[in-house]
Each structure stands twice: as C-alpha cells, then as structure tokens.
Unconditional design. Structure first.
Length: 141
C-alpha cells in the first residue's frame, strides 16, 4: 500500500475555507468531513485536513501560528503545465486569496503561489519531465 499523506491546517471558518478550495477545483471526502474538519482530496494519496482552530489545538500543546504574520509551512502542489500554475493562482485570487509574490521561472521549472483565506502559503509548480526523470531514478535506488 502506498503511503498516504495528510497535511493538517488550522482554519478560522471551515465553511469559508471549503468554499475557497472548491472554487480552486478541489473536492472533499464527506466521510471525513464534519463541523470541525474537512478532508480535501489532493490526489489518491495526498489530503489536506482543514481543522477548525479549536479542534486543531487538541492535537498539539504548542500555540498556533498566525499564518498572516508568520510562515508555518509551505504547501507545494504540481500542475500539468505552466498555464495550470497561472490558472490555479488566478482562481485563488478570484476566490479571495492573494498572490504572495511574482512567478519564478527557472526554465525547466516554473512556479507561482498564493495565500489562502487564513494566510497559509501554497506554491504551485510545473517541472519539465526531463528534469524529473533523473530525480525519480535516483530515489528508486
């Protein structure tokens, strides 16, 4: 079985956060979604759990970071092409988020990013297949 990854993020308003990510094209697993948490499907093996702040606090003794003032994590998603990167950031901005810097073009890799309604930073990147193949081969050893 493949390893599943769950990124857990605290949110102030679960309904607004779900609406934001639905506008970006994400779906939610109703089996793991209730008034305290929502399971956003990223892929067959990757999920983001949006947890109401009070519920999130039950998983840690540390104080929560205000993502509008400090960075706690950078979540990076891949896109099928450069246009997909730009489209995701444009959707995020149209849904109430904001672009947090200018796009970065390294030739073989292109990226841009946005902040969601709670200030969490999301990077979106496209990498040429020829740049990925050597990395995949090296990690298979």
């Amino acid at each position: 079985m493949a390893t599943l990854m769950f990124v857990n993020l605290p949110v102030k308003n679960l309904d607004q956060s779900m609406a934001f990510f639905k506008r970006l094209g994400f779906q939610f697993n109703p089996q793991f979604t209730n008034e305290q948490a929502a399971c956003m499907i990223v892929s067959d093996t990757s999920y983001v759990m949006l947890l109401v702040e009070d519920f999130f606090k039950t998983f840690t003794d540390k104080p929560l970071v205000d993502a509008n003032r400090a960075t706690e994590v950078l979540v990076c998603l891949s896109a099928q092409d450069r246009a997909g990167v730009d489209a995701m950031v444009a959707k995020a901005v149209a849904a109430g988020g904001k672009a947090h810097r200018e796009p970065v073009d390294h030739g073989f890799m292109y990226g841009h990013g946005f902040e969601d309604l709670d200030g969490h930073q999301w990077e979106v990147m496209f990498m040429e297949a020829s740049a990925v193949e050597p990395v995949a081969a090296a990690s298979a050893k």
